[in-house]
Ligand binder design. Structure first.
Ligand code: TYD
Length: 407
């Protein structure tokens, strides 16, 4: 097996076993045709890249019924309003008079709507038709296509070079990042910036948040790996800004070599990554042991609660939960149902384990004794919202950074 970034031979350091499509919520009629693949991450010593080598075909994950809508959390909406403000400041600060901003994977328009409202030239590139339609309802101009060098050339010819290409939680989904770098090269103006933020490898290793690893996430990035990749295409990392979203993310800012000054944060983040050992294989052997321990502890807790006759329900049918549920072997005998506010997931069953997904109202109507917090990245928002659940004796089970019971 070869690393997608540098071509070096790379071997998986662990396997999470057979996994279904993380956002592939199913009806009983679809159980027998469910697609499975082996989820086995790889660390590449050549470029410090962290990736999965076997990934289902893109059409199995991103299609007209894609189940992930960005507008599921108030905090994320606020985050993307901030992101838009920050990006606008950055672009205008670089001297663009009539800026043009392109977002890859613009989803339901949660970020670009701020550019649309301000009358700033923008374009969303979003391959999943259902979420793109929602973006259009918010006034966002978008094309329903994958971002390729050919599309980048067309956009540049029709609308001019972009001042910024942005992406959030998208780059880690794209296997061929060399193609993305070539496309960015075609579309960006000479002083244009490429900005993306993604779940951060440093946080995942520190918190054993292995649920960031699932079919859609081909990569979990670090500043080291992002630099190694884009330097091959004439870009350099000019800034790195940690974010609290998705349980710990990093915003990377890249530009053509020499076009902008490098912020001191770049050297600081890289030094921290080296101190954490993100470039060393032994770090990933330790991560594997931590994953195994987390699995044992979570299963033991759920089995003990079942033996005591306690009712447990999941909170948030996240993509991430698919890895936890299937790796740990959690089934409907351990978790009655999972509540989720996303209509397209409700009434269906979770991928692989087939735990029923119910609307939030089911959680309120029959509060369980314990709620297993799969949407742990929204814990503050959820704990605030669910004060009544806690006040009435409900307890939370969390597994990041450690398996524990709260309440
Ligand atoms: P998200 O955090 O984006 O996780 P992932 O990227 O792993 O899918 O998704 C959050 C999920 O949790 C989404 O399906 C909506 C659901 N959710 C609730 O049901 N209630 C809530 O209060 C929140 C914040 C999220």
């Amino acid at each position: 097996m070869k690393c997608r970034i540098c071509g070096r031979e790379a071997q998986p350091f662990m396997s999470f076993g057979r996994m279904p499509i993380a956002n592939g919520f199913v009806t009983p009629g679809q159980f027998k045709d469910e697609y499975f693949f082996e989820l086995a991450p790889v660390f590449c010593e050549g470029c410090s890249g962290f990736q999965i080598l076997e990934q289902p075909a893109a059409q199995l994950m991103f299609h007209e019924n894609y189940a992930f809508f960005s507008r599921t959390s108030r905090r994320m909406a606020a985050h993307f309003a901030d992101f838009a403000r920050w990006l606008r400041g950055r672009v205008e600060g670089a001297g663009a008079s009539d800026p043009f901003v392109v977002e890859l994977g613009s989803n339901d328009g949660i970020m670009l709507e701020h550019f649309a409202k301000a009358g700033i030239r923008h374009l969303g590139v979003e391959p999943s038709a259902n979420v793109a339609a929602e973006a259009r309802r918010h006034g966002v101009d978008c094309v329903t296509e994958f971002f390729t060098p050919a599309l980048a050339g067309r956009i540049a010819a029709e609308r001019g070079r972009a001042d910024a290409i942005s992406a959030a939680n998208v780059m880690c989904h794209i296997p061929d990042l060399h193609d993305i770098a070539r496309a960015a090269d075609r579309l960006l103006g000479p002083r244009g910036i490429l900005v993306f933020e993604e779940p951060y490898l440093g946080d995942m290793i520190a918190k054993t948040s292995y649920d960031q690893i699932y079919d859609e996430h081909v990569y979990v990035f670090s500043a080291l790996s992002v630099s190694n990749l884009f330097e091959r295409h004439g870009f350099e990392l000019i800034d790195a800004l940690p974010q609290s979203t998705h349980g710990g993310s990093m915003r990377y800012v890249l530009a053509r070599k020499g076009a902008h000054a490098k912020a001191p944060a770049v050297a600081e983040v890289v030094a921290r990554e080296r101190a954490q050992g993100l470039h060393l294989p032994e770090t990933y052997a330790g991560f594997r042991r931590n994953c195994e321990r987390s699995k044992e502890q979570l299963l033991k807790l759920l089995r003990d609660l079942k033996a005591q006759g306690r009712r447990v329900a999941g909170y948030g049918a996240t993509s991430k939960s698919t890895t936890v549920i299937n790796y740990c072997g959690i089934d409907p005998s351990l978790i009655e149902f999972i509540s989720d506010t996303t209509p397209i997931k409700q009434g269906k069953f979770t991928p692989g384990a087939h735990i029923p997904v119910k609307p939030y109202e089911a959680f309120c109507a029959q509060p369980p004794d314990y709620a297993l917090l799969f949407a742990w990245n929204h814990s503050q928002e959820i704990f605030d919202k669910e004060k009544d659940f806690s006040d009435n004796g409900g307890k939370w089970i969390v597994y990041v950074p450690d398996v524990s019971v709260i309440g």
